[in-house]
Design a protein around this ligand. Structure first.
Ligand SMILES: NC(=O)C1=CN([C@@H]2O[C@H](COP(=O)(O)OP(=O)(O)OC[C@H]3O[C@@H](n4cnc5c(N)ncnc54)[C@H](OP(=O)(O)O)[C@@H]3O)[C@@H](O)[C@H]2O)C=CC1
Ligand SMILES: Nc1nc(=O)c2c([nH]1)NC[C@@H]1CN(c3ccc(C(=O)N[C@@H](CCC(=O)O)C(=O)O)cc3)C=[N+]21
Length: 306
């Protein structure tokens, strides 16, 4: 092998740092102009992957100069109570963005909750009306993990037009949006799921393989084409040989990195970039809200400028 292990790793940290630095500049200006950005996270029940995400949202929002508040609700809360809480946040002018952490307990219809978030405060682009934007090639505010995964593929410098891409997992939050984003970029996309006859047969043909399933070591070296780019989106907690809990992805990284030309590590790959893109989306949402404010109260803006 001529490439070192390290050059195979596609790390999210450096890209995330660049994004957070630029978000911070914008956030400080907006705050000075009287529009401090603020993100509110809604968690229902307990999920390990959500805890990791929220912890990092809080830390990075602080770095980026964005306010952050976590609202935690017990798993037995009703859908009606949650909707009421969301309506309260919609009406609060101090709240820029609302993110509903997934999964929510089975008795709560996630689509109803997502639809309750005002589209202008929908920082994940998951409102049924917003998710259509990526179908229409409007990509400035896309679901964060999907956007992060595609951004890391772009870091390789591979030509996306005509690239053979396979996505394993077709959730609304990850797999499906990745497929739409990549179609917009001109890639040829195959999407696999639990009914796919042979995930391995598809995966082996991929120039770029995206995996978002939630099963440690699902993807082994013999499922990867030599020289491919592997984007591991899984965030799974497991107890390691040393008895410590650790986070692993969906890819058997040790064996796959011998075959792939690029692979995202877990931790340190897609995760940090997901958080950065959430913060960037919060600023996109803030700017949309300010544009509406200007259109509605244009005179006040003019007065302020005098
Ligand atoms: N890094 C990050 O920023 C993020 C990481 N994640 C992580 O990504 C993983 C996936 O998350 P998410 O998409 O929300 O999970 P879901 O459970 O919603 O979706 C999993 C998907 O995998 C498919 N699937 C299940 N088993 C197989 C199999 N054996 N072969 C092929 N496909 C299969 C399912 O298909 P079907 O529906 O047909 O059963 C489904 O489409 C999790 O580990 C999660 O923690 C999630 C969001 C962000
Ligand atoms: N509506 C919604 N959108 C999501 O995007 C979403 C969600 N719900 N529910 C939970 C999953 C999981 N997820 C993570 C994102 C970043 C890290 C992350 O920052 N990981 C770092 C840090 C790991 C650590 O601190 O140990 C890393 O991988 O290096 C983890 C997990 C987003 N998800």
């Amino acid at each position: 092998m001529t490439r070192t292990d390290d050059s195979r790793y596609l790390r999210g940290g450096p890209v995330a740092q660049r994004i957070i630095a630029s978000v911070r500049e914008d956030a400080l200006i907006a705050t000075a102009e009287g529009f401090p950005p603020k993100l509110v996270s809604i968690t229902v029940g307990d999920t390990e992957a959500v805890d990791v995400y929220v912890r990092n949202q809080r830390a990075k929002a602080e770095l980026a100069g964005i306010g952050f508040e976590e609202r935690r609700f017990a798993a037995d809360i009703t859908a009606g109570e949650l909707e009421a809480a969301i309506h309260g946040l919609n009406a609060d002018p101090r709240v820029t963005g609302i993110i509903i952490q997934r999964p929510v307990p089975a008795h709560i219809p996630i689509k109803t909750l997502q639809a309750a978030v005002h589209p202008l405060k929908d920082v994940e682009g998951m409102h049924p009306a917003s998710i259509g934007n990526i179908v229409y090639n409007q990509l400035d505010l896309a679901p964060c993990t999907a956007a992060a995964s595609v951004e890391l593929l772009k870091e390789t410098g591979l030509e996306l037009k005509g690239l053979e891409v396979v996505v394993v997992g077709h959730s609304e939050i990850v797999g499906k949006p990745i497929a739409f984003l990549l179609m917009s970029e001109g890639a040829t996309v195959t999407v696999c799921h639990h009914m796919t006859r042979s995930v391995a047969a598809h995966a082996r043909r991929a120039d770029a393989l995206f995996v978002a399933v939630g099963k440690p070591r699902l993807i082994k070296a013999d499922m990867v084409k030599p020289g491919a780019c592997v984007i591991d989106i899984g965030i799974n907690s497991e107890v390691g040989p040393d008895g410590e809990t650790r986070i692993v992805g969906d890819v058997d990284t040790d064996s796959v990195k011998e075959v792939a030309a690029w692979i995202t590590p877990v931790p340190g790959g897609v995760g940090p970039l997901t958080v950065a893109i959430l913060l960037r989306n919060t600023m996109v949402a803030l700017n949309r809200q300010r544009a509406l404010y200007r259109a509605t109260y244009g005179v006040a803006d003019q007065l302020a400028a005098e």
